[in-house]
Design a protein around this ligand. Structure first.
Ligand code: 5AD
Ligand code: SF4
Length: 464
């Protein structure tokens, strides 16, 4: 007898995610929390019974997008009502919700519920309350421990997964809203994370990316993030571990050593430096110099010589002169990044930098961003080019855009396209790289006579 087909979800849920990977994780968890209520995820907002915007507050533009999206949703809701459809519930979640809850309620009457990142486990109850009493609008905010404990079993969706291990930040960089929107540093206990990772591995996940605003400040178990990585590396089937985002100050000896010892810890590190000027680093309250950052990179590369590095840069921070900007370019020349993100400084209300003298003109920010990006893109292309001719282990994640093509990631997080069979999806297989492109690698599958699925511990030897 064939299995009965799963029941069709009674209600449709549309979630739009803005910003960082932690929001991607949170959106998945919100879907998990709402599934038992009969909500199934749709990618068509106009048909949704419930729309959730999971928002980002990090830069002004990101926050503004929410209000324009709410305008569109209002029209969809009206159109749906006029067509005789059911009522569309509208929830604003994430960091804008946390920071500007009151203002959202005032500016956007379409919103039923505003919910901060620490209250997602309460969504069923909160949504029930808003639909019972139409027009009663709520905002909620709780402590992080309660949230993680109350979440249902994690549902994997694919070969790779994000896993939040730490939230919040105590660093108070003077440009940043995170300490205000996500609160102080909180680390989940190692046991809870290990259980979540095991459940993911059983469902076929081969790679986890541990998430935290200050992930390398993780303190939920012995030996910090290095200890956690060791525990997770022992889980059968979990071949690859990544983590993001790290602060240079928290890159301790144990974690650096772990990169030399754990084959599962991938040789790609996102380590934001923000600026190469000591004067600007001081004004940003980063608590380290450019030289200290360069020395740290040296130590990391001594432990793991093939480490690929990534970073974040801000241009046009208050007081940044051409010489300060040049110092950022110099630092980039010295490190040689595999990829990096760069942003124009965005004045965020309530942060110390927004009140600093010497705010930089928009045209200067634009011009510096273009120069910085040009250099970073040259380095990214050079890094991808340098892989041509090498054989790299690739974890295949999904079919490619063209028929017969499959897409995976190298250890260095590069997208890799090859012609190959779909049954390799979910497996790690060696690929000989034929070409480096700006954003990806192209290559051919190498038939490995030892096994069709190379062991993860061959990765270190092959990387030299
Ligand atoms: N303006 C510009 N960029 C910012 N970032 C954080 N706050 C701001 C801001 N006010 C950048 C930093 C950080 C990344 C996530 O976003 O580079 O590392
Ligand atoms: Fe923001 Fe700095 Fe904390 Fe990163 S370390 S989240 S940039 S305050």
């Amino acid at each position: 007898m064939s299995d009965p087909s799963p029941p069709k979800p009674a209600k449709r849920l549309f979630i739009k995610t803005y910003g960082c990977q932690m929001n991607v994780y949170d959106s998945e968890r919100m879907a998990d929390v709402l599934r038992p209520l009969g909500y199934g995820v749709t990618d068509a907002p106009e048909d949704a019974d419930l729309v959730v915007l999971n928002t980002c507050h990090i830069r002004e533009k990101a926050a503004e997008k929410v209000y324009s999206e709410l305008g569109r949703i209002k029209e969809m809701r009206i159109a749906r009502q006029e067509a005789g459809g059911g009522r569309m519930g509208v929830v604003v979640a994430g960091c804008v919700a946390q920071a500007e809850g009151e203002e959202i309620m005032r500016r956007a009457p379409v919103v039923d519920l505003v919910v901060g990142p620490q209250a997602y486990h309460k969504l069923p109850e909160l949504i029930a309350r808003t639909s019972r009493a139409l027009g009663e609008r709520l905002s909620a905010d709780f402590a992080p421990e309660a949230k993680f404990d109350a979440m249902p079993e994690r549902q994997a969706d694919g070969v790779t997964a994000f896993l939040t291990v730490q939230e919040g930040c105590d660093k108070f960089c003077t440009f940043c809203v995170v300490p205000y929107t996500r609160g102080g540093e909180y680390s989940r206990p190692t046991e809870a994370i290990e259980a979540e990772a095991r459940a993911l591995a059983v469902q076929g996940v081969r790679e986890v990316t541990l998430l935290g605003q200050n992930v390398n400040a993780y303190s939920g178990g012995p030996d910090g993030l290095a200890g956690l990585a060791r525990r997770l590396a022992a889980i059968p089937g979990l071949d690859r571990i990544r983590y993001t985002t790290s602060h240079p100050r928290d890159m301790d000896d144990a974690l650096i050593a772990a990169h030399g010892e754990l084959a599962a810890l991938m040789p790609y590190l996102h380590l934001p430096v923000q600026s190469g000027s000591d004067k600007i680093l001081r004004a940003m309250n980063r608590d380290h110099t450019a030289t200290a950052y360069l020395k740290l990179i040296e130590r990391i590369r001594a432990a793991r010589p093939d480490m690929a590095l990534s970073s974040d840069f801000i241009v046009g921070f208050p007081g940044e002169t051409e010489a300060d900007f040049q110092a950022s370019l110099d630092l980039i020349e010295e490190v040689k990044f595999a990829s990096a993100f760069s942003f124009k400084y965005s004045r965020r209300p309530g942060t110390p930098a927004s009140a600093m003298p010497g705010q930089v003109a928009e045209e200067i920010k634009e011009e510096r961003l273009a120069r910085l990006n040009a250099l970073l893109l040259r380095q990214q292309k050079a890094f991808n080019d340098s892989q041509a001719g090498r054989t790299l282990d690739v974890l295949f994640e999904r079919p490619g855009r063209h028929p017969g093509q499959i897409l995976g990631r190298s250890r260095y997080l590069q997208a890799v396209h090859v012609d190959g069979p779909e049954h390799l999806i979910g497996q790690i297989a060696p690929v000989r790289v034929t070409q480096g492109n700006m954003n990806s690698l192209t290559g051919n599958l190498v038939f490995d006579s030892r096994s069709s699925r190379p062991q993860a511990d061959s990765a270190m030897k092959e990387s030299a």
